[in-house]
Design a binder for this molecule. Structure first.
Ligand SMILES: [Mg+2]
Length: 186
């Protein structure tokens, strides 16, 4: 019998979901600051476009918003069939550091609306702890802090962006589909 493929921690923002445009669009509405996409975001800390006070104010809005996470756009055209197929045969969980009002519910609903079947979503402040708890051995991830925490403990497939170019990883991918290509060889 063929061995199953690895149990995966799939990230949402910066991998499946275009958080950068959502966050900076809110900044634009509030302060008139530039709208960036992940491909033009140079620093994880937003330091090129926003100051600390503005960032805090944007987060305050997001945390109280019942639809912010729900309204974000996919990061790229999602091959939902491929993801569902993987999840039918193997373990695939959506592990996210999101926070705020009904962040879990918004995440589940967003995935369902894309066509993801029965999405297993975990909201956590430690992806490493979640990977250990659920036995996940591969993470598809973009955030510098998570890439650093996870490296050496699980295999990481980094979704490449300018803001994570110095972060450690086992594999690199320029798109989610490239990350899935890598995953299917493990
Ligand atoms: Mg992310």
């Amino acid at each position: 019998m063929r061995k199953g493929l690895p149990a995966v921690a799939m990230d949402l923002d910066g991998v499946m979901v275009d958080f950068t445009t959502g966050f900076t669009s809110l900044g634009n509405e509030m302060f008139g600051t530039p709208i960036l996409g992940a491909e033009t975001q140079q620093n994880w800390s937003w330091s090129e476009i926003l100051n600390g006070r503005q960032i805090d104010a944007i987060w305050e809005e997001i945390l109280a918003d019942s639809v912010f996470w729900l309204r974000l756009k996919p990061q790229e055209e999602l091959d939902v069939e491929r993801i569902n197929k993987y999840a039918r045969k193997n373990v695939l969980m959506y592990i996210t550091n999101r926070s705020g009002y009904m962040a879990w519910e918004q995440s589940v609903t967003w995935l369902l609306r894309q066509g993801i079947r029965e999405p297993l979503v975990v909201v956590t402040n430690s992806k490493l702890k979640a990977c250990r708890k659920y036995g996940l051995t591969v993470a598809i991830e973009d955030a510098p802090s998570n890439l650093k925490d996870l490296y050496g403990y699980v295999k990481t497939i980094k979704r490449n962006w300018p803001y994570n170019k110095t972060s450690p990883s086992n594999y690199d991918a320029d798109s989610l589909s490239e990350a899935l290509d890598t995953l299917e060889t493990l």
